[in-house]
Write a protein that binds this ligand. Sequence first.
Ligand code: UT7
Length: 322
Amino acid sequence: MNYARIVGTGSYLPEKVVSNADLEQMIETTADWIIERTGVEERHVAAPGETTADMAEQAARRALEAAGLEPGDIDMIVLGTTTPDHVFPSVATVLQHRLGCYGGPAFDVQAVCTGFVYALDIANRFIRTGAARRVLVVGADTFTRIIDWTDRGTCILFGDGAGAVILEQTDQPGIIDSRLGADGRYKELLWVPAGVSSGYDRTRENAAFVEMRGSEVFKVAVTTLKDIAEQILSANQMTVADVDWMIPHQANRRILTATAKRLGLPMERMIDCVRTHANTSAASVPLALDVAVRDGRIQRGDTLLLEGFGGGFTWGAALLKY
Ligand code: UT7
């Protein structure tokens, strides 16, 4: 039987850091309010001209190095992003060209903050069917480019970054199970009400920026993250006690603690990078994974539960042996 196993992880954060003290100078807020309501202390922001593909390339090269592989060993690229460099071609094909590994399929997946978990699920299915052997899976977003820096309800939460994993075909898990979902009825709770085919409404202020009804998003996020964890665990005859590390989308510390509490999972077994990463959209899960692999918390053989939640709404979970 074919399984897909993570053989290398990598990530990248832009150099520039914007602290809560910096935000105090820009909007009517306090560092204490931001910490208390979100857990975020600072966020990384891409330099002028630095793009999603630039960040994805750094993360991908680090994942390849960790796996001991060359770009030519990769036969497919799946990349989650909502902030591509171009309307087209995809960031995945730009990345393929940067790495110089031509010929295999390369495409972007748009599931907002669930982008990486969607990409991972797709890559897993290609490997399980034998259609691919080694897949580069990336989550990368320059989300701060679609943030209105005068909107204190959103600009405090987001940052930029990229994370990547290399998935390889093996005969032992690897990814045990992965599941995706979406509910388009929630569109207007978290969205950018502008786009290529609908046009940019130049008469309306901030029409190309993220709009969010934060407290409503919060409630659905907590319920969904709990429900999908329970569903994927029970479908595999497992419980929270079997999970060594949970790596949820790094949306907000309060969402993480509320989810952990509802699941009965000690916070000590949840990877939490909210303080220094903020919400990096599709990059958040692979970034947190890479941090915990490199600092030695996550060890080979550990059971991991990855979870995404984002605009749409979209959601997804992956249960795997690292
Ligand atoms: O991938 C999913 C991405 N989205 C999320 O994760 C969003 C989830 N939601 C949240 O993180 C929270 O809802 C926020 C952090 C965005 C807001 O926290 P909240 O506790 O839900 O606050 P609220 O929206 O209910 O607002 C409470 C008050 C309001 O003032 P009034 O109406 O009570 O006078 C806001 O105007 O807090 C005010 N407020 C702020 N005050 C200081 C909102 N933003 C700020 C701010 N600084 N930055």
